[in-house]
Write a protein that binds this ligand. Structure first.
Ligand SMILES: NS(O)(O)c1ccc(OCc2cn(-c3ccccc3)nn2)cc1
Ligand SMILES: [Zn+2]
Length: 261
């Protein structure tokens, strides 16, 4: 794209907190560790992902998504704070233009350079993701913080696919990827609270599960995320896909529970 120039300006959607009428359970939030409440009833996460259900990777103009076949209970999440069984439908990331910021959630105001979201919907209550998006107890999203350090071998297959989906709307086949490789080794320690999607429709249908342990990726791997574009190939001005995180939202009296002391 030599003739076009690339900007890393703030994408309109992320500029100001979108007011959601009556939204008192919005996400993301700052997790204040000393105010979280230990709940001994919280179980370890029970993920059972089938890499064969991995289908495609695409740039939706907000992030890049790896999408899974969720037409059957093949890649599931149970346990943790959940009473029902949830199906994995996609995972994506949020990141900054520099390593100094990029995550959506923070821990005692600490920012991470990026955050992974594994999105699941309640297949005991709903028959489609689209129904669960605006339904009670509809979604469960696992958040994993990324830190810059050693190269993440499992992530590299995904990083290698990104140049093919540089522009908004690009889709390529992406198969046999096991998202379990992106989870930290410790899946017992997490915070959980009731919140919302962090992009439109911002519905308050999400049980958030934010892992205490981060994963490490290399500086170069994260730099490839920043080579993606918010814009489609036809647009005159190309904008770097960076800072695709939402501003933090008020807790509004909600309790954040922890599965560890
Ligand atoms: N960042 S996050 O993990 O909080 C997160 C996770 C999932 C999201 O999906 C939005 C969405 C809604 N729909 C939809 C399509 C058809 C009908 C109804 C809804 N499709 N995608 C947004 C943010
Ligand atoms: Zn997200």
């Amino acid at each position: 794209c030599s003739s076009k120039y690339v900007l890393s300006q703030i994408h309109p959607m992320w500029q100001q907190p979108i007011a959601v009428p009556g939204g008192h359970c919005q996400s993301p939030i700052d997790i204040v560790v000393r105010k979280s409440v230990f709940d001994s009833a919280l179980k370890p996460l029970a993920t059972d992902y089938d890499p064969e259900t991995c289908q495609q990777i695409w740039n939706n103009g907000y992030s890049f998504l790896v999408e899974y076949d969720d037409s059957a209970d093949k890649s599931t999440l149970k346990g943790g704070p959940l009473q029902d069984q949830f199906r994995l439908c996609q995972f994506h990331f949020h990141w900054g233009e520099s390593n100094a910021w990029g995550s959506e959630h923070t821990v005692d105001r600490r920012l991470f350079p990026a955050e992974l979201h594994l999105v699941h919907w309640n297949s005991d209550k709903y028959s489609l993701f689209e129904e669960a998006v605006s339904g009670d107890n509809g979604l469960a999203v696992i958040g994993v913080f990324l830190k810059v350090g050693k190269r993440h071998e499992g992530l590299q297959k995904l990083v290698d696919a990104l140049p093919a989906i540089r522009h908004k709307g690009s889709v390529v086949e992406f198969t046999r990827f096991d998202p379990a490789c992106l989870l930290p080794s410790n899946t017992e320690d997490y915070w959980t609270y009731h919140g919302s999607l962090t992009t439109p429709p911002l519905t308050e249908s999400v049980t958030w599960i934010v892992m205490k342990q981060h994963i490490e990726v290399s500086h170069d791997q994260l730099a490839v995320f920043r080579s993606l574009l918010f814009t489609s190939a036809e647009e005159e001005v190309q904008k770097s896909m960076v800072n695709n995180f939402r501003v933090q939202q008020p807790l509004c009296g909600r309790t954040v529970r922890s599965s560890f002391t």
